[in-house]
Design a protein around this ligand. Structure first.
Ligand code: PMP
Length: 364
């Protein structure tokens, strides 16, 4: 595509993407390993059949029924009452983040994130013409709050990303840190603060969502890709002050959320309790992986997500290849000395742990 008159900031760049390799144990993309339960599959089929009868019409542009159910879910699980007017939904939380950057970032504006973190924050910034600033973390991968406050005061970004639990490190952010960074961001600009809680349901700590109360510029972004085991559905959502929901509607494409997507998400929300049962199993497996990796001699970052960052390897990419040679695909996120493994089924995790033990012995 070098001969195309492509935007300068896209020239020579590669698209986002983890390798999709056909190996026995795939623990590289933070997916939920459990297929949707059969009664839910049946319910999706029913709801989609009903939606299909009206596919000659555009879907509900404002996805009112879906946003109402998402608001109920958040109210029930996050310890804070959320209304329909405070919720917005899109095709995956990536689209939610893109809409936020279209509305609050853009040419001449900047966003900051504390890296290593979710690489799409920087990529969506670039795609929307928003300048990207990389903020610091401590060596234990927690946010260096003092340095973050100083970076916000110096650069006065328009959007501040706080990922909790953070990807790829698994690190949760406490409410006091969010309050301090929010205050710093308001003093500097004011700017929007986006808390990306894609892995919120897996945390040992409660959601940060109650912090939106009294903070008009705070947004919490979430997804059905992880806890709901529905990465293929593409459904993300946010909770914030109703004015934020009005703002993203200025940039969303008309009818962006198909009737099939809305019907499927509504069916999944009817089965929330069953799906959250899988989350409990995954949390227990995540904790087991942390314990067993430490017992095997690895350095492991505390995790509040459905994945675990581990090391420390002299050559992380070589270790990644050694695990792949044993049929286990994990993720090399480019964090020096570290790899990331997603919690899978107990059998998948056993296969992964066996492979790591072998590798640690070999490399000792
Ligand atoms: N935020 C974070 C931190 C993520 O890790 C991911 C997925 N890897 C997303 C957002 C996007 O997820 P989705 O678009 O599937 O909702």
């Amino acid at each position: 595509m070098d001969d195309l008159p492509i935007r300068d900031e896209l020239r020579g760049k590669s698209p986002y993407g983890a390798p999709q390799l056909d190996v026995p144990v795939r623990l590289n993309t933070n997916e939920n390993p459990y297929p949707l339960p059969e009664p839910l599959v049946q319910r999706i089929a029913e709801r989609v059949r009903d939606a299909a009868r009206e596919l000659n019409r555009y879907p509900d542009r404002d996805a009112v029924e879906l946003r109402t159910e998402l608001a109920k879910y958040l109210t029930r699980t996050c310890g804070h009452e959320v209304a329909l007017e405070q919720v917005w939904a899109a095709n995956g939380s990536n689209e939610v983040l893109q809409q936020l950057l279209q509305a609050f970032g853009g040419p001449g504006r900047t966003a900051i994130g504390f890296e290593p973190s979710y690489s799409m924050h920087a990529l969506i910034s670039r795609g929307t013409g928003t300048g990207w600033l990389s903020g610091p973390r401590n060596t234990d991968f927690t946010i260096d709050v003092g340095a973050a406050e100083a970076a916000i005061a110096e650069h006065r970004p328009d959007v501040v990303f706080i990922t909790s639990p953070n990807n790829p490190t698994g690190t949760a952010v406490d409410a006091a840190t969010v309050r301090r960074l929010y205050d710093a961001a308001q003093a500097a600009k004011p700017s929007m603060v986006v808390v990306d809680e894609a892995y919120g349901e897996f945390s040992h700590h409660p959601s940060l969502l109650p912090l939106i109360e009294g903070r008009r510029h705070l947004v919490v972004s979430r997804t059905m890709s992880k806890a709901f085991g529905a990465a293929g559905l593409r459904l993300g959502y946010l909770a914030a002050h109703p004015a934020v929901v009005d703002a993203v509607q200025l940039v969303r494409l008309p009818y962006h959320l198909s009737a099939v997507t809305q019907a499927t998400a509504l069916a999944a929300l009817e089965h929330t309790d069953t799906l959250l049962g899988y989350v409990d199993q995954l949390k227990a497996e995540r904790d087991r992986i942390v314990t067993e990796l430490r017992a095997a001699g690895c350095e492991v970052t505390d995790s509040d997500a459905n994945f675990v960052q581990f090391g420390r390897f002299d050559d992380a990419h070589a270790a990644w290849q050694q695990l792949l040679d044993r049929g286990v695909l994990v993720r090399d996120n480019g964090v020096p000395g570290h790899l990331r493994v997603t919690a899978g089924t107990p059998a998948e995790n056993d296969a992964f742990l066996d492979a790591v033990r072998e590798l640690m012995k070999e490399n000792a």
